[in-house]
Design a protein around this ligand. Structure first.
Ligand code: ZN
Length: 276
């Protein structure tokens, strides 16, 4: 879940940016795409104004495949220009090019953060963008606010040929997934893993093993993905965050999250290890 050398992040836009750039226009969780855009259907234009849409503000994100990338906050909800459409950010998870979800998620987080930090949270005076960092600085007291990232643990609990999968009441019908929860202030990752699993399904785990992470822009989480072994206890769901949880044989799984999500990666990698 990395763009390797394709993406170089940046904050300060180039003084002279000739050529065409990628524009990631985000509108309440939807992203503007080209109908005939191929694998990476972001608008590729000299200027965002060529779309005919009105940008409230723009943020430089860096370069992708050598092209500059800008996030654009739209001034108002408007229909997509001819040849373009708005797509739900979640649906980009399964896009052929992983750069699309990664960059659209980054754009959405930067735009949401900038919009939610126009004023100082300490003294209430207006804040302004930092000259070189991704930060908003209070014009009165100097308090600096950086983009919020909320770390979460996400874990596949395993027991030999079985995996523990659970349903949240918000899931689509029939879908089961791994367990996940936010890390609390003062807590280590390992402590959060043990607590979340115990709270949500009542079992104790051992031997957590880190696999991978994924930025999760709903709205600003960082998912830290683990495998962990069941140690003791029967499943007892909490009834609020989790309404059902079961042990499933690795070769007889229910409906699970789409490819591209970290929960799917955790499940697929365990299944592959049992098949070997
Ligand atoms: Zn202030």
């Amino acid at each position: 879940m990395t763009l390797d050398k394709r993406f170089q992040p940046g904050v300060v836009p180039p003084a002279q940016a000739g050529g065409e750039h990628y524009w990631i226009a985000v509108d309440e969780g939807r992203v503007l795409l080209m109908e005939d855009g191929g694998r990476l259907p972001l608008p590729l234009l000299r200027s965002f104004g060529l779309t005919g849409l009105d940008a409230a503000e723009r943020h430089y994100l860096g370069t992708l495949d050598g092209r500059h990338v800008f996030a654009v906050a739209l001034r108002e909800r408007a229909p997509a220009p001819p040849g373009m459409y708005f797509e739900d950010l979640r649906r980009l998870l399964v896009a052929p090019d992983p750069a699309l979800f990664a960059l659209a998620g980054r754009a959405r987080q930067v735009i949401d953060w900038a919009g939610n930090h126009r004023f100082c949270s300490r003294c209430g005076q207006p804040a302004a963008p930092h000259a070189t960092d991704r930060a908003m600085v209070c014009t009165a007291c100097g308090y600096t606010q950086y983009p919020r990232v909320a770390p979460c643990v996400i874990v596949l609990v395993t027991r030999g040929d079985e995996v523990l999968l659970a349903r949240s009441p918000t899931f689509p019908r029939g879908l089961y997934s791994t367990l996940a929860g936010f890390i609390e202030a003062g807590e280590s990752v390992e402590e959060a893993l043990v607590r979340e699993v115990r709270e949500e399904v009542g079992v104790r785990i051992a031997a957590p093993r880190y696999l991978a992470s994924q930025s999760w822009p709903f709205p600003h989480s960082l998912m830290l993905g683990f495998h962990a072994e069941w140690q003791e206890g029967d499943i007892v769901v909490d009834g609020e965050e989790i309404v059902d949880a079961q042990w499933f044989a690795f070769d007889d799984l229910p409906s699970i999250p789409p490819t591209g999500s970290i929960s799917r990666l955790l499940i697929d990698s365990y299944v592959a290890s049992r098949r070997r």
